[in-house]
Design a protein around this ligand. Structure first.
Ligand code: AMP
Length: 449
C-alpha cells in the first residue's frame, strides 16, 4: 500500500514524501480512511508506530476543505498529557502541514501565557494543548470553541485517567456537540475503554497489535539487585557496555535528581527531567539529551509518553513503575519506527508485585540476568504467572485539577510515590506479535507556520 491510495491530497503527500516515508504504517493505513470519512475513532497502536501522522494527516486534509478559521476560534484541538509531547505534536503538525494554508499553535504551562494569548487572537486551525493551560486560556477569553470541528486525545488513556478526567470533562462541556472525536493510545485498560466509549459517537475501533503489547524490536530483561546497589549497578552497566544515550526512568522526582547527581559525580554526563523543574530546564535537558551533549537523561513518567527520540538505543527502569501500563510506554521510547533497542529494569525484592503486574499485562516473563558483584542479598521471588488480570469496575475519579495542571501526573505529587490509579487492574495479555517495520524517516524538517 502507498500513501496515494489513502485519500490524502498532494500538499500532504509531498510533505510525507519529504519526510522519506514511502509506506503508511499499519495504524496509518487503518485510521486515515476512517478519519477522512468523518467518523469517531478509538485507535490502539504500539508506541512508535506512527500514530501522530495517523491522526495529523487526515486532520489537516479535513481542515483544508472547511471554512477559514476566524479570530479567537479553534477548529481542531489536540490534547496531550505533557508539555514535551505537546511541543512534539505541534512540530509534526507544522511539518506535515508545511504546504498548506493552515495555522497551528501549541500551548502549555510553565511558560508565559501572554504570547500564547496573542497568538490565539488570530485563531488557530489546530491548537495543541495540555489541559491545565488550555482551561486557563479559555477562562481568560483567549479563544472560543464555536468553530471547533475535531478533538483528538493523544495518549488517550492517560488523558482520561483520574489525573486529568476533571479537566477533560470541563473541556468537553465547552465543545459543540456536533464534532468528531478521535482517541489514540498505545494502551487502553478496560475501565478506560468503557469511559472512552461514553465520550465518542459510534466509534470505529482500530487496533493493530494486541492491546498493551511491547514491541519485538525492544530486547527486554531485568537485573535482580538490592535497592541500595542500584546506582552502582547502573554506573557499571553504562561504563561496561559503553552506552552513549540512555533514558533512565525513576519513580520519584527526588530520586531522579539524586541519580543524575550520582552519575555526574562519576563523570557520566546526566540531566534530570521532571515536573518540579522549570519549563526552561525541561526543554534544555531534553534538547541536550537528543543532541548527545548529555549521555543520560533521568526522567519521571512525564517522559514516558509519546516522546520520539530518534534511534534511542537504551532505556533503563531504575525503579519499576507501579502502574503496569507505564512500563509499556516507558520502553516504547526505544525500538521506534522499525529500529531496535534495549530496555533493562533494575528490580529489587520489594518490587516483585510491580513485576508480576507488568508480566501479566504484557503476557511474558521477563528474562533475568544477574550482574557479577551485584547479586542480591534478598532474592527476587520467582514469577510464573502471565495470565491476564481481570478488569475491575471503574472508580469515580477523585483527584483535583491543581495537581495535574500543565501536564503533570498525580504520581508526581508532593510525596512523589503515589501512582495514578494504583488500584487499576488490567486485562492485558497476548504475547508479543512482530511489529511491522516501516521505512525510516529523514530528519524532521519542521517549518513553523
Ligand atoms: P509516532 O508513533 O507518531 O511517535 O511516530 C514514530 C516515528 O515514526 C516518528 O519518528 C515518525 O517520524 C516516524 N514515522 C511516522 N510515520 C512513518 C511512516 N509511514 N514511515 C516511516 N516513518 C514514519
Amino acid at each position: 500500500m502507498s500513501f496515494d491510495s489513502l485519500g490524502l491530497s498532494k500538499p500532504l503527500l509531498d510533505a510525507v514524501a519529504a519526510q522519506g516515508y514511502d509506506t503508511p504504517s499499519p495504524i496509518q493505513a487503518k485510521a486515515i480512511p476512517v478519519i477522512l470519512e468523518g467518523k469517531d475513532i478509538m485507535a490502539a497502536a504500539q508506541t512508535g508506530t506512527g500514530k501522530t501522522a495517523g491522526f495529523t494527516l487526515p486532520l489537516l486534509e479535513l481542515l483544508s476543505k472547511g471554512p477559514k478559521v476566524r479570530a479567537n476560534q479553534v477548529r481542531a484541538l489536540v490534547l496531550t498529557p505533557t508539555r514535551e509531547l505537546a511541543a512534539q505534536v505541534g512540530e509534526s503538525v507544522s511539518t506535515y502541514g508545511k504546504n498548506m494554508d493552515l495555522s497551528s499553535t501549541v500551548v502549555f504551562g510553565g511558560v508565559k501565557i501572554n504570547p500564547q494569548m496573542q497568538k490565539l487572537r488570530r485563531g488557530a486551525d489546530v491548537l495543541v494543548a495540555t489541559p491545565g493551560r488550555l482551561l486557563d486560556l479559555y477562562q481568560q477569553n483567549a479563544f472560543r470553541f464555536q468553530q471547533l470541528e475535531v478533538i483528538i486525545f493523544d495518549e488517550a488513556d492517560r488523558m482520561l485517567d483520574m489525573g486529568f478526567i476533571h479537566d477533560i470533562r470541563k473541556i468537553l462541556a465547552l465543545l459543540p456537540k456536533q464534532r468528531q472525536t478521535l482517541m489514540f493510545s498505545a494502551t487502553f485498560s478496560e475501565e478506560i475503554r468503557t469511559l472512552a466509549k461514553s465520550l465518542v459517537k459510534d466509534p470505529v475501533e482500530v487496533s493493530v497489535t494486541p492491546p498493551n503489547a511491547t514491541a519485538k524490536t525492544v530486547k527486554q530483561w531485568i537485573v535482580p539487585v538490592d535497592k541500595s546497589k542500584k546506582s552502582g549497578l547502573l554506573t557499571q552497566l553504562i561504563k561496561d557496555n559503553d552506552w552513549q544515550q540512555v533514558l533512565v526512568f525513576s519513580r520519584t522526582k527526588h530520586g531522579a535528581n539524586r541519580l543524575a547527581k550520582h552519575l555526574e559525580q562519576r563523570k557520566i554526563s546526566a540531566a534530570a527531567i521532571h515536573g518540579n523543574k522549570s519549563q526552561g530546564a525541561r526543554t534544555r535537558a531534553l534538547a541536550e539529551f537528543k543532541s548527545g551533549d548529555v549521555r543520560v537523561l533521568v526522567a519521571t513518567d512525564i517522559a514516558a509518553r509519546g516522546l520520539d527520540i530518534d534511534q534511542l538505543p537504551q532505556v533503563v527502569n531504575f525503579d519499576l513503575p507501579n502502574v503496569a501500563e507505564d512500563y509499556v510506554h516507558r520502553i516504547g521510547r526505544t525500538g521506534r519506527a522499525g529500529s531496535t533497542g534495549q530496555a533493562v529494569s533494575l528490580v529489587c525484592a520489594d518490587e516483585v508485585g510491580d513485576l508480576i503486574g507488568i508480566e501479566r499485562l504484557t503476557g511474558q516473563l521477563l528474562e533475568r540476568k544477574e550482574v557479577a558483584g551485584f547479586e542480591p542479598s534478598t532474592q527476587l521471588p520467582v514469577t510464573r504467572d502471565t495470565r491476564p488480570l481481570k478488569a475491575k469496575k471503574p472508580k469515580k475519579p477523585k483527584s483535583p485539577r491543581s495537581e495535574h495542571k500543565d501536564g503533570q501526573r498525580s504520581s508526581e505529587n508532593a510525596r512523589g510515590n503515589k501512582p495514578v490509579g494504583k488500584n487499576r487492574r488490567h486485562t492485558g495479555g497476548g504475547t508479543n506479535k512482530t511489529s511491522r517495520r516501516f521505512s525510516k524517516p529523514k530528519a524532521a524538517n519542521s517549518g513553523n507556520k
